[in-house]
Design a protein around this ligand. Structure first.
Ligand SMILES: *[C@@H]1O[C@H](CO)[C@@H](O)[C@H](O)[C@H]1NC(C)=O
Ligand SMILES: *[C@@H]1O[C@H](CO)[C@@H](O)[C@H](O)[C@H]1NC(C)=O
Ligand SMILES: *[C@@H]1O[C@H](CO)[C@@H](O)[C@H](O)[C@H]1NC(C)=O
Ligand SMILES: *[C@@H]1O[C@H](CO)[C@@H](O)[C@H](O)[C@H]1NC(C)=O
Ligand SMILES: *[C@@H]1O[C@H](CO)[C@@H](O)[C@H](O)[C@H]1NC(C)=O
Ligand SMILES: *[C@@H]1O[C@H](CO)[C@@H](O)[C@H](O)[C@H]1NC(C)=O
Ligand SMILES: *[C@@H]1O[C@H](CO)[C@@H](O)[C@H](O)[C@H]1NC(C)=O
Length: 423
């Protein structure tokens, strides 16, 4: 297969998946210029080496990098990376390790922690936080490249993939947060989530969990409500997942480079409501703030597997009102898992109003308006203590810009560091 085809397929898949995550201003790539498809994709040189967060990113720029293993209560062994301080240039910079406030970066759907470090130390959030005096921790959720081990299961085993974001919220997130808290001698942690990484902490907060471990939370492209999306693409993708749930669940792992991804792609693009050329043109080129070098690195290295069940769960959220746990599809199975016929609700209105929260969202949505984000902001902001909530709107920004945009340091990361310093 030529690189071109491969990249084209990846582009389409990422978009489908990120799109089927529902539409808010952040979940679209902000790329519009169709003539850049060819150039942009062909512009990606094959990567000469496999990327590794510590070796090819942090250490390449002289930053120390540690790899910690954290085992969740349900047995997943996660890789948690740490950049404790900057490159030591003469002075002994380990001295201030214990005075640096810890910050945890939690990535979104179908990517992993490397996405925080793909640019130069002046561009990427991971480095910028280290340079700004923080002790930086980077999570990698179950199923991603560096977090595929388990105390008793192998990723080849279907049971390994029996989870959705419910389990990421209930097991991965607390395990990792607790680890950072303990390791740094009981310091509360600043949390940064992107996309799905925001949904899980909102879910935990709504059940009044983890509040004792978190000092403040910065949410990039916060997502939660998906039911009002007007995106045909995400509607069709979710329809397909739900109509053939049993079939797709049989695949267990959703590898964006694999067969099941190809099948979904064919089904979605075969639907008369969706013109897949739109997807390509929508993905065509950075109209705002993406740097091709960074974007290529992102596409080649950050894209990761997730479970089919996770996608089914997200599809349920597109099709139904409210944010509920995974629906097993029948009363009997739900009774067995939840003791009630419908899956329990995550009530975001019950998030305590004193948690310091910074919400950052973008305005660039190429497929329509943004009722879901408005719904979320309304729910979160209305009753929150005014000193403890801040909303920053970046009109030009879409999904990827928040993580890889070349002007994100000024527009996004600087206000974020200020926010942390005040809370
Ligand atoms: C699209 O990108 C190409 C190459 O960068 C540029 O020449 C062209 O003017 C752009 N078209 C539009 C409509 O922005
Ligand atoms: C995943 O890890 C393996 C080695 O463990 C490496 O060869 C491969 O390139 C990695 N994949 C990605 C997408 O980084
Ligand atoms: C920095 O301090 C640590 C502990 O005090 C010590 O072990 C280490 O050798 C020092 N490093 C340098 C480069 O001075
Ligand atoms: C995976 O975890 C098991 C059980 O903890 C351990 O024995 C094994 O060495 C690990 N494998 C890898 C590749 O780290
Ligand atoms: C993109 O990143 C590369 C490498 O970091 C840099 O050389 C180039 O100037 C950047 N381009 C833009 C438009 O920022
Ligand atoms: C369901 O309720 C029964 C009886 O109240 C209890 O024993 C059981 O642990 C509950 N199961 C779950 C999954 O909550
Ligand atoms: C959600 O929580 C709010 C605030 O605690 C409460 O007023 C509301 O009734 C709850 N909604 C549901 C459906 O439980």
């Amino acid at each position: 297969m030529t690189l071109h085809n491969l990249m084209a397929r990846i582009f389409c898949l990422i978009s489908l998946l990120i799109l089927s995550l529902g539409f808010n201003p952040c979940t679209a790539f902000s790329w519009k210029n169709a003539s850049m498809v060819e150039g942009g994709i062909q512009g990606c040189r094959p990567s000469p080496h496999p990327f590794s967060l510590c070796k090819s990113e942090a250490e390449a720029f002289g930053y120390p990098c540690e790899d910690h293993k954290v085992t969740t209560e349900d047995g997943y062994i996660l890789s948690l990376k740490r950049i404790p301080h900057g490159p030591s240039d003469g002075d002994n910079s380990t001295d201030d390790e214990n005075t640096r406030p810890p910050v945890l970066l939690f990535h979104g759907l179908m990517v992993d922690g490397i996405s925080w470090l793909l640019g130069t130390p002046k561009q990427s959030l991971g480095f910028i936080l280290v340079n700004g005096g923080f002790d930086v921790w980077i999570a990698n959720t179950r199923g991603t490249n560096s977090s595929r081990n388990h105390t008793s299961l192998s990723p080849k085993n279907p049971a390994y993939w029996d989870w959705s974001w419910d389990e990421i919220a209930a097991y991965d997130l607390p395990a990792v947060l607790q680890f950072v808290y303990d390791y740094t001698g009981g310091q509360k942690v600043h949390y940064i989530g992107h996309s799905l990484g925001t949904l899980i902490i909102l879910a935990a907060f709504s059940e009044h969990k983890l509040l004792h471990l978190v000092r403040s939370a910065a949410l990039l492209c916060p997502i939660a409500y998906l039911d009002k999306t007007r995106s045909k693409l995400s509607r069709v993708a979710s329809q397909i997942f739900l109509a053939e749930t049993t079939h797709f669940l049989g695949w267990h792992e959703f590898n964006p480079f694999g067969l099941v991804a190809r099948e979904v792609l064919l089904l979605v693009c075969g639907n008369p409501q969706v013109d897949c050329r739109d997807v390509f043109s929508a993905l065509a080129g950075p109209d705002c703030c993406l740097n091709t070098t960074t974007t290529c690195a992102f596409l080649q290295h950050a894209i990761q597997s997730t479970s089919v069940r996770n996608l089914v769960h997200l599809s349920q959220m597109v099709r139904r009102k409210g944010i509920r746990r995974y629906d097993y599809g029948n009363v009997k199975a739900n009774m067995k898992h939840y003791n009630q016929t419908r899956p329990p609700l995550y009530n975001l209105s019950s998030i305590p109003t004193h948690v310091p929260m910074l919400l950052m969202h973008g305005g660039q949505d190429f497929l329509g308006d943004v009722p879901d984000t408005r719904h979320l902001l309304k729910t979160l902001v209305r009753n929150h203590e005014k000193d403890n909530i801040e909303v920053i709107y970046v009109p030009d920004y879409a999904h990827a810009d928040f993580v890889t945009g070349f002007n994100a340091p000024q527009l996004v990361y600087k206000p974020m560091v200020n926010f942390f310093q005040r809370h």
